[in-house]
Write a protein that binds this ligand. Structure first.
Ligand SMILES: C[S@@+](CC[C@H](N)C(=O)[O-])C[C@H]1O[C@@H](n2cnc3c(N)ncnc32)[C@H](O)[C@@H]1O
Length: 276
């Protein structure tokens, strides 16, 4: 297992870090909503696989509108949390690198929200993309988000936020502990960052510097998706739901991505190849 992944798994198994997922609800932002809605439309609100379901935020969005739903997460503490948040939904503990429980071409829609795909190393990412491509129907869509390698927030020492004052002594003590934990993690994990070569693995301020993420660029993303069997260029959106053009790419923290096995409108009975 890649070093970064050990760090991330330790964070997600930690009850203090998992608190955040206890009450998370709704869409994160317009970018996520735009991509989900387009993917649902494309997949005909059919069979849906929700990867890295965490506390079940996305299950609450998808279950009421799709025909068949299964949510998976490889952190057992997360599937337990999802089950207690949404009893009766189908949640399973499973690693996205091995989706052999599902046959080829089974799903209309696959989702991997909140940059979950960035928490594994390069080989893990390749395996996940290959497996997602395998289990998707040719007419299916894959909706996910991924960090932008060139986001300015990944530059420098990333000081992080200070401790917000509260008169509640317990809350204040909790915030001080988490702040201290963040300082320790930053000192330990910053030297593990990797910026050379094809991919960059960087420390993100989320979870008090408890997460190291695989970051990418649109051209790398296109190549990775193509290698896994996806067609054409993926559609990329910013957090505010705007379609991204190359001029704006440096500013955004992450891309909301919609990828297709087969380009929409293809195959055609007549006419020319669709443009990407
Ligand atoms: C940032 S959290 C997002 C949780 C949830 N999707 C949400 O948006 O609130 C990422 C989740 O992905 C899960 N995860 C990461 N890599 C995974 C993998 N290879 N297979 C299954 N789950 C994975 C983690 O355990 C974690 O719960």
């Amino acid at each position: 297992m890649h070093k970064m992944e050990k760090i991330n798994r330790r964070t997600w198994s930690n009850p203090l870090d998992r608190r955040y997922y206890r009450k998370s609800k709704g869409y994160l932002n317009h970018g996520e909503r735009t991509v989900f809605e387009a993917a649902l439309e494309r997949g005909g609100y059919g069979t849906t696989l929700d990867i890295g379901v965490g506390g079940g935020r996305t299950a609450a969005l998808l279950v009421p509108v799709v025909r068949d739903y299964v949510g998976i997460d490889y952190t057992p503490e997360m599937t337990a949390l999802a089950r207690s948040n949404y009893p009766g939904f189908d949640f399973r503990t499973m690693d996205a690198r091995d989706l052999s429980a599902f046959p080829d071409g089974h799903f209309d829609l696959v989702v991997f929200s909140y940059n979950g795909i960035d928490s594994v190393g390069p080989e893990g990412r390749e395996a996940i993309l290959r497996e997602v491509s395998r289990v998707l129907k040719p007419t299916g869509a894959f909706a996910f988000s991924t960090f932008n390698r060139n986001w300015t927030g990944f530059v420098g020492s990333r000081a992080g936020a200070g401790v917000a004052w509260t008169p509640d002594p317990l809350r204040l003590a909790y915030r001080l502990v988490m702040h201290g934990l963040g300082r320790v993690r930053r000192r330990l994990y910053m030297p593990l960052e990797q910026r050379e070569g094809e991919h960059a693995i960087l420390l993100h301020p989320a979870h008090n510097f408890g997460i190291m993420v695989y970051t990418t660029t649109p051209s790398q993303l296109r190549a990775q998706l193509a290698a896994a069997g996806f067609a054409g260029d993926p559609d990329l959106y910013s957090d505010d739901g705007a379609r991204l053009s190359s001029g704006t790419l440096a500013e955004v923290e992450q891309f909301h991505v919609l990828a297709f096995k087969q380009l929409p409108g293809w195959p055609r009975t007549s006419g020319s190849m669709p443009t990407a």
